[in-house]
Design a protein around this ligand. Structure first.
Ligand code: HAM
Length: 454
């Protein structure tokens, strides 16, 4: 493997031909979060290692095996963020955001880093869209958060996702449940895998979501948290379900959803897709009412979720969901000779100031090569400038698809002439094939936009 020409294992480049699709999806995520009253938070890509040890939890796979941790030149232990919740909580405390009025609703779009065994949908650098709410203890907050994730998927036109829901109780009722689980699994010690044997003492609930078939079979008959929920936790969970019912959001209660991070309390949930293969969870989240206090802040309820963006893009692709194409070059101004080249540069500058996507030669190429390039980038119009055009202060704007030509002034009326040709064509041929469809239309309307043919 060449260290100079190959990216590190588990990382991916996002190339210009693909990045536009990401931008469209990110825009939908931002708009949806804004409509729920969430504001963006950006936290550092690295934090003190202790932050993740304390929040994500010492017994988790993330902390035990997967963190990118190193000593900086000041001998501090630093870790690249493996997830977004810890940084958001740290920022909440550092800036005392809870004094600004509760609830505090934040969202983020970030890269995360986990040293994992890579496979389809499991990377070492990946991206999350996350939402975190602080200071909202009521069940309606759980339902609102789940509705946000649900609406995002719906807005993108995604189908066949299942929402799996569970309650893992509060520290009090969970302690009783842990005892029951330990007793149960201790009776099957010889059949558990090595990882689950380790989990038995420290975090027996994680045995419930072990993928090893033998462990799964044993877990199938294990005691269920629902039978150990205290009255408050049971009422909370029932109420969350009622809110979801009233919003028409379908879910199934899955007692095996326990989540891999330590901070969760009460409601936990995952959105699972059959289009993803083994790594089928596209979104995971839940409530973490003890975390802010655990990190040294005042008792403050918390809850959130994160959607893995690579997995989200995989689903969009697998379901054949159409996305708007990247806007192509509208006008390519080709030129022959130095004076014409300068004029081309000036016209393109003028068009760009009017937000018209336009290009001219910057490689000192022949006219033929320029036209070939214009064709390659799919320019809708070309304008060829030479000595005659400069002398007459007029040139022919050619519509590449139909071959139609229109005379345009090269003087102060250039933009006016261009716009009138453009609007004339828009009324006639262009709208038919959608070539001039405005991106804003895609961004601001409903999910049908993604299925519309372009
Ligand atoms: P998580 O379940 O660890 O939760 O990750 C959330 C989502 O990130 C997963 O459902 C998946 O789509 C994506 N993801 C995780 N690991 C990888 C990976 N190695 N490669 C690709 N995608 C991945 C959290 O991170 C919590 N912080 C979520 C949360 C926010 N809970 C409360 N607030």
């Amino acid at each position: 493997m060449s260290l100079l020409t190959q990216a590190p294992k588990g990382t991916q480049d996002l190339l210009p031909k693909d990045s536009f699709r990401w931008q469209v999806v990110e825009e939908v995520l931002r708009n949806e979060a804004a409509s729920y009253g969430f504001g963006e938070i950006r936290t550092p890509v690295f934090e003190h290692t202790e932050l993740f040890q304390r929040s994500v939890g010492e017994t988790t796979d993330v902390v035990q095996k997967e963190m990118y941790t190193f000593l900086d030149k000041g001998n501090r232990s630093i870790t690249l963020r493996p997830e977004g919740t810890a940084g958001a909580v740290r920022a909440l405390l550092e800036h005392a955001l809870y004094n600004d009025g509760l609830p505090v609703k934040t969202y983020y779009l970030t890269s995360c880093y986990r040293y994992e065994n890579t496979q389809k949908g499991r990377l070492r650098e990946f991206h999350q869209f996350g939402a975190e709410v602080f200071g909202a203890a009521a069940p309606s907050a759980d339902a609102e958060l789940i509705a946000l994730a649900h609406d995002i998927f719906e807005r993108l036109g995604i189908e066949n996702l299942s929402l799996e829901l569970n309650s893992i109780g509060c520290p009090e009722c969970r302690a009783t449940y842990h005892t029951a689980l330990k007793e149960y699994f201790a009776g099957h010690k010889e059949q558990l895998c090595g990882t689950c044997l380790n989990r038995l003492d420290r975090n027996p609930m994680r045995i419930l979501d072990c993928k090893n078939p033998k462990c799964a079979e044993i877990a199938d008959h294990a005691p269920r948290m629902k039978d150990y929920l205290c009255d408050d936790c049971r009422q909370h969970f029932d109420s969350v379900k009622k809110y979801l019912d009233s919003a028409g959001i379908a879910y199934s209660v899955n007692p095996m959803i326990v989540r891999g991070l330590d901070y969760y309390t009460r409601t936990v949930f995952e959105f699972v897709s059959s289009d993803l293969g083994a790594q089928s969870t596209v979104c995971g989240g839940g409530r973490y009412d003890g975390l802010v206090k655990e990190m040294g802040g005042p008792q403050t309820a918390g809850l959130g979720f994160a959607i893995g963006l690579e997995r989200l893009m995989m689903i969009l692709e697998a379901q054949g969901i159409q996305m708007p194409p990247q806007p192509a070059c509208e006008v390519y101004v080709a030129s022959l000779g130095e004076a014409a080249q300068e004029k081309a540069f000036q016209l393109v500058h003028e068009m760009r100031q009017a937000s018209i996507i336009s290009e001219c030669d910057i490689c000192a190429r022949s006219l033929k090569a320029q036209m070939k390039y214009a064709d390659k980038i799919g320019a809708q119009f070309t304008l060829v400038l030479g000595d005659d055009e400069l002398a007459n202060q007029t040139a022919q704007l050619k519509h590449m698809k139909t071959g139609e030509k229109f005379a345009v002034s090269l003087g102060k009326d250039f933009l006016r002439d261009y716009v009138s040709v453009h609007s004339h064509l828009e009324e006639t041929t262009l709208n038919v094939d959608g070539t001039f469809t405005n991106l804003d239309v895609f961004m601001n309307t409903d999910s049908e936009i993604f299925t519309e043919k372009n």
